[in-house]
Design a protein around this ligand. Structure first.
Ligand code: 0WK
Ligand code: BGC
Length: 788
């Protein structure tokens, strides 16, 4: 068209040897690099307007979300139908995709005409015709009785709200069928097919031809993330970051955007570059000559964006294959999603299941407290001989040890009583080497005494002899406050010669072996008891201690008449529940999964601490790693590629769960954690899935912990025959403190399962060492009072 106008004009003028004049006309059609760079800048501005929620309605380039979020990964398989409407030819295709890794796609297609009168007639006639062509195609291939999935390439501007729903915004390229604009073209096609009733198909996706082209080329080249059509019409699409796509919820991953760039300039943005010819063409609506174009296009793009290595891949198979690929990917994603959810559902607990966990914990509490059933009980309900809380008269300097958590601490705690009552603390953290944790008991306790000596030196108190409170965070049977018979190691400790021994004696023996100082070991307490006491110093309503850290456990003030292992019915005594062992006799088997069993099988104490292994920091990372292994082995993650690192036990530390679930962490940071784990080929989608696995595993842990605590506070309420109980729980532990959602989910679960208890959670800032020192101070006060 342009050429015919020009040529006519040229010959008229030629007579007048006014070649220059022709150049004058052509001049306006020649764009300098500056012009083109300027167009590029204006274009980018229009793209950002189209992406913005507020500016989109007035943007010329609409940047339409397509809900295509993934490209083929080579595991797609099956037979897929495709329709390709909007280009020069209307095609119906059958695409056979096989996942034999050879990326092989067989295609059969048939071109059908779209008569002019249908392009300009009624929409229902147009879609009846399309359904007719489809029926004819299925008939020919003898597959009319199969309900195959179909991808519909519909190459006109459409507003999409999901992959299989598309509202036509406006016809282009000479189409004008009425009763279609503003309607969902998928429903129109489904209606036309239904009207026939002689075959049925499953329309899975409707896409723009640019998207189909990107997918067609993307099947052979995974770097293909842009689709370009320069044909009857022109348009482009590309994979945009979700966080820039304000018209769609979510910030994670990418989505293909159909730019509908044909409308660029409709708001006058190109008026200064448009020539009379453009205006004439526009007035007449004609558009030939798309080829020279390719070489010029490639050259121009490379000149305008020299720092982008742009490769152009001609689509040989048309966008129909792409539509089938989108359908195949949608099918794969749907199948994979269903399989992932089936697996994750085994880690999701219903309210009924959580109520059952609470009920069973309640049963075990009573069995642990009762003399006749204590030995068989899994939750040992160990008496601690801590019966009273500080009364504010305590005073003096006390040493405290805090062993069993992430860090081993030695503390000096200065307690002042009376009106100016206060607690001042100095502490130093020491490492417990693996070889000490898993060597001999002598080596372990010699190491502990070595640290005490270092601390006393560090505090300038060499040789001082102070009362000491020993937080020893393992299950111990106690017959008095300053004795603790270790029942079994947990949390990866297994130093020999300790189980069945009194750890106070082991400490005293080590102090004697060193012959450098002497200490008065007044109390040995569990970290839950120390935590309860530390928080009780601030809040007298604090009668429960909870640890959710490397391990997990709880204690609370039980009525003496219920502590049948200890003589006396007056008052209360703190009971160390050792609830980590709940489930060791199968109480949790119907909630336990193959992943829990895998973690337990590889632990230093298989079959033990089952409840702890479903909740605490030492194990959550391993549960996640085992789920990721299963997903990868099933091709549901990391494209099925198992990395050696992912097979390494302990590689997925629980701290990663907290980091990955942190709302502040963008997906790319999740990816960097995965890369750190050697999962270099992970995609955005993989990161989204890893985040989902982390959240499901952490949620279950928090709910299980909440169900256990609900049993404890309800027990206390029933003990006191109260319809309403107001109580505070002192909490410590890295998982509780650092995980972004654990505490809130646990609080919610307690509120839901123990509605008659108003529970306040008080996070311990000073650790249980302070509590151990306070217990020591109380014991000294009572002892001194007794000696007077
Ligand atoms: C800090 C307490 C300590 C306890 C630890 C548990 O002072 O007694 O053992 O919390 O948390 P973890 O360090 O195992 O995360
Ligand atoms: C131990 C408990 C301790 C808890 C939290 C468990 O493994 O058995 O004694 O309170 O970890 O540290």
């Amino acid at each position: 068209m342009i050429a015919s106008h020009l040529l006519a004009y040229y010959f008229t003028e030629l007579h007048h040897d006014k070649v220059q004049q022709v150049d004058k006309y052509l001049y306006h059609l020649r764009l300098s690099d500056e012009n083109l760079m300027d167009v590029s800048v204006r274009f980018r501005r229009e793209m950002d307007k189209g992406l913005g929620r507020d500016s989109n309605p007035t943007a010329a380039v609409k940047m339409l979300p397509t809900f295509v979020r993934s490209t083929p990964d080579g595991t797609e398989k099956g037979d897929f139908l495709a329709l390709d409407l909007g280009g020069t030819n209307f095609r119906v295709l059958l695409v056979k995709v096989s996942d034999n890794g050879k990326q092989k796609v067989e295609m059969e297609n048939q071109i059908y005409a779209i008569p002019e009168e249908l392009m300009r007639g009624s929409g229902s006639e147009l879609f009846d015709h399309i359904a007719e062509c489809l029926a004819n195609f299925l008939e020919k291939l003898g597959i009319k009785n199969q309900k195959l999935p179909l991808g519909f390439t519909f190459s006109f501007p459409c507003q999409q709200t999901k992959l299989d729903e598309s509202i036509l915004v406006s016809w282009t390229k000479g189409f004008k069928s009425h009763g279609v604009e503003g309607r969902d073209v998928v429903s129109l096609l489904r209606k036309a097919i239904k009207k026939r009733g002689d075959f049925d198909i499953d329309i899975v996706a409707v896409i723009n031809d640019t998207v189909g082209t990107m997918m067609t080329c993307g099947y052979d080249d995974h770097h293909c993330e842009i689709g370009l059509i320069v044909g009857t019409g022109t348009n482009a699409c590309y994979m945009e970051e979700m966080r820039h796509l304000e018209l769609v919820e979510g910030d994670e991953g990418r989505m293909c955007v159909n730019m509908e760039w044909g409308a660029f300039g409709d708001d006058g943005a190109m008026d200064d570059l448009r020539t009379d010819f453009d205006r004439e063409i526009d007035a007449g609506s004609l558009n030939p000559g798309k080829q020279l174009f390719a070489r010029r296009l490639h050259k121009m793009v490379r000149r305008l964006v020299p720092d982008c290595d742009v490769r152009f891949l001609r689509s040989e198979d048309g966008s129909g294959k792409g539509a089938a690929m989108v359908t195949a990917v949608a099918y794969r994603l749907a199948t994979q999603h269903a399989e992932r959810q089936r697996i994750l559902d085994t880690l999701r607990l219903s309210r009924e299941q959580l109520l059952e966990v609470k009920r069973r914990m309640g049963e075990e509490i009573n069995r642990g407290l009762a003399k006749e059933s204590h030995d068989q009980a899994t939750v040992k309900m160990l008496p601690t001989y801590v019966r009273s809380t500080p009364d504010g008269t305590e005073h003096g300097d006390f040493l405290a040890l805090d062993l069993g958590g992430t860090n081993f601490r030695v503390l000096l705690v200065r307690v002042r009583g009376g009106k100016r009552r206060s607690v001042e603390m100095h502490n130093k953290i020491y490492a417990i080497p693996q070889e000490a944790m898993q060597g001999t008991g002598e080596e372990l306790f010699d190491h502990i005494v070595h640290c005490i000596a270092d601390f006393l030196e560090y505090m300038g108190m060499k040789g001082a002899s102070l009362p000491l409170g020993f937080t020893f965070s393992f299950p111990c049977h106690q017959n008095k406050l300053d004795q603790g018979i270790l029942l079994k190691w947990t949390k990866g400790f297994k130093a020999t010669g300790c189980e069945g021994e009194d750890v106070v004696c082991l400490l005293k023996d080590a102090i004697q072996r060193r012959e450098e100082f002497d200490l008065d070991v007044v109390a040995v307490v569990n970290d839950t008891v120390g935590t309860m006491m530390t928080c009780g110093y601030e809040d007298p309503l604090c009668e429960v201690g909870l640890i959710v850290g490397t391990g997990t456990n709880a204690c609370y003030m039980e009525e003496m008449q219920n502590v049948e292992l200890v003589e006396g019915d007056e008052g209360r005594m703190c009971v160390n529940m050792e609830w980590g062992a709940f489930g060791d006799h199968g109480e949790l088997d119907d909630f336990s999964t193959e992943f829990d069993r895998a973690v337990d099988d590889c632990a230093t104490n298989p079959g033990k601490q089952r409840y702890e292994k479903m909740i605490s920091g030492m194990y959550l990372g391993e549960i996640v790693r085992n789920v990721l292994l299963e997903f990868t082995a099933k091709g549901l993650l990391f494209r099925g590629k198992l990395s050696e690192r992912l097979k390494t036990r302990g590689i997925f530390e629980t701290k990663f769960l907290s980091q990955i679930e942190s709302d502040r962490l963008a997906l790319r940071q999740v990816r960097s954690i995965l890369q750190h784990l050697g999962l270099t080929s992970s995609t955005c989608d993989d990161s989204i899935l890893v985040k989902e696995v982390c959240s499901v595993v952490a949620r279950r842990a928090a709910q299980l912990c909440g169900a256990g605590l609900a049993a404890v506070v309800d027990k206390i309420r029933q003990n006191r025959n109260l319809s309403e109980l107001k109580i505070t729980v002192g909490v410590d532990g890295t998982l509780y403190k650092l995980h972004p959602h654990f505490s809130s989910i646990m609080h919610e679960t307690v509120r839901d399962l123990a509605p008659q208890c108003e529970v306040t959670f008080l996070q311990s800032e000073d650790g249980s060492g302070k509590g151990a020192a306070l217990i020591t101070a109380v014991a000294c006060r009572i002892r001194d009072a007794g000696q007077r």
